[in-house]
Design a protein around this ligand. Structure first.
Ligand SMILES: [Zn+2]
Length: 447
């Protein structure tokens, strides 16, 4: 495989350590600006000497920012600042306000100045370009809401790649299906849940399988599932796709941060001019080295964001580094997101992510169980398990008792061996898991 001649930013091919060292040169100025302009950071950085934060390792001396900090900062009214204590510019400089998707809790709002909006468009362009969009692509965007990060900012970034934007979201299902068909959309940009669910809608509306539509590239993310080989294979088969690019971003930081290249072996870090990323130990908070196989929580600092900058924002996303070099020529890290701190379960003294249990279970079953598996919790608050964790799976075809017992033993054995936790496999009746990729499918509460 030969490397393509160019990337969006030439520095994507630079040595990662050197690139991060160059990024870190902005830190003294950044700390000074945050302290002077944002009430939230004026307090937190009151005792910090900006000139002492002159390299990446020194970032560790500074406090983290959490989603709760941002939410609390916005809850307080600040004269002249519509976005509360985080806001770091005058309101008259804000050109647009974006909302977090707000599926849980109070939404958080982010502001964009003209320079922020241009920086986002370019960085999201880089992100979608890495994921396979460009001149000649006919790209369907499924988002239904303009105000969220996946709305106008994604639309702007898609256009920036040179692709033709077909923003088909927010219409009735038949109209959405009709738009995909009429305009011969070849690239679908949607959440994993939408991608899985919508293939079935296409078939209901058109009476023909989704694979006959002409979608060949699927750009999708928002949840760990798209990294699983079994899930990818299922989605590609349904749509007749030849490429899946997993992507990930955060409105709090930048909606396009990680995107998979044509190698399809993990998501590259793409916003090399806008975001500084740290990999940290979630318990101690210490920085970890970027190397193959390393895993930790992703922490982000915005380099030049003006309106609502963040310093050391804890994403709660846990990543595994899948590679530090790539056939595409980029030397930015590649990762898979393996789960969120909020999702983590504890079996006796072992930490385990539901997504990891699913990955191992599906791998051990070798296609014999449906790609949706469910972990049953006794209450929404349950995190600790002293007995084997109940794991509900559905066989993909009728099996006799002996075959079921064998399948159960295979899954339980693989989970015990690979993750050092115990699960108790229970088979659910055929048809229980119809829709694939449901965001809430991995864990549920016994009702
Ligand atoms: Zn690559």
């Amino acid at each position: 495989m030969t490397a393509p001649a160019r990337h969006w930013y030439p520095e994507e091919a630079d040595d990662w350590g050197e690139l991060q060292a160059r990024q870190a040169k902005v830190l003294p100025d950044l700390v000074r600006r945050l302290r002077d302009r944002s009430q939230l950071y004026a307090e937190r950085l009151a005792d910090t000497d900006p000139d002492g934060v002159d390299e990446l390792a020194r970032l560790q001396d500074l406090p983290f920012t959490t989603k709760d900090d941002l939410r609390a900062g916005q809850a307080q009214r600040v004269t002249g600042a519509i976005l509360g204590r985080q806001q770091a510019v005058d309101t008259e400089q804000i050109e647009q306000v974006i909302s977090s998707s707000g599926t849980t809790g109070t939404p958080v709002y982010f502001g964009l100045t003209r320079a922020d909006r241009e920086a986002w468009t370019d960085a999201i362009g880089a992100f979608y370009s890495t994921a396979g969009l460009g001149p000649g692509s006919v790209a369907g965007l499924s988002t239904g809401m303009p105000m969220v990060a996946g709305g106008i900012p994604y639309a702007d970034g898609i256009r920036r790649t040179g692709a033709a934007l077909v923003w088909f979201g927010g219409q009735t299902t038949p109209r959405m299906v009709g738009t995909l068909e009429r305009l011969r959309v070849d690239t679908l940009v949607a959440t994993a849940s939408f991608v899985a669910m919508f293939a079935d809608r296409v078939e209901e509306v058109l009476g023909r399988p989704a694979r006959e539509l002409g979608v060949r590239t699927i750009v999708s993310g928002g949840e760990p599932g798209m990294g699983l080989p079994e899930v990818r294979a299922g989605v590609m088969d349904k749509w007749g796709a030849t490429r899946i690019s997993e992507v990930m971003g955060l409105g709090d930081v930048l909606p396009g941060i990680w995107a998979e290249c044509e190698a399809g072996a993990g998501m590259h870090f793409t916003p090399v001019r806008d975001v500084l990323v740290e990999l940290v130990d979630p318990d101690s908070g210490a920085q970890l080295a970027w190397e193959d196989g390393a895993s930790g929580e992703l922490v982000y600092t915005t380099i030049r964001r003006e309106a609502t900058p963040v310093l050391r924002f804890r994403s709660r996303d846990h990543a595994v580094v899948t590679g530090m070099g790539c056939a595409c020529g980029r030397r930015t890290p590649r990762i898979r997101c393996v789960g969120r701190t909020d999702d983590m379960l504890i079996y006796k003294a072992m930490n385990v992510f539901p997504s990891a249990i699913r990955e191992v279970a599906l791998g051990a079953a070798g296609g014999a169980v449906h790609e949706v598996v469910r972990i049953r919790k006794a209450s929404a608050e349950q995190v600790r398990f002293d007995d084997p964790i109940p794991l509900e799976v559905q066989a993909t075809k009728p099996l006799d008792d002996a075959a079921l017992a064998d399948l159960r033993a295979r899954i339980e054995g693989a989970v015990r061996e690979r993750l050092r936790v115990r699960v108790a496999v229970e088979f659910v009746p055929p048809g229980t898991f119809a829709i694939t990729g449901d965001k809430n499918s991995i864990v549920y509460v016994a009702g």
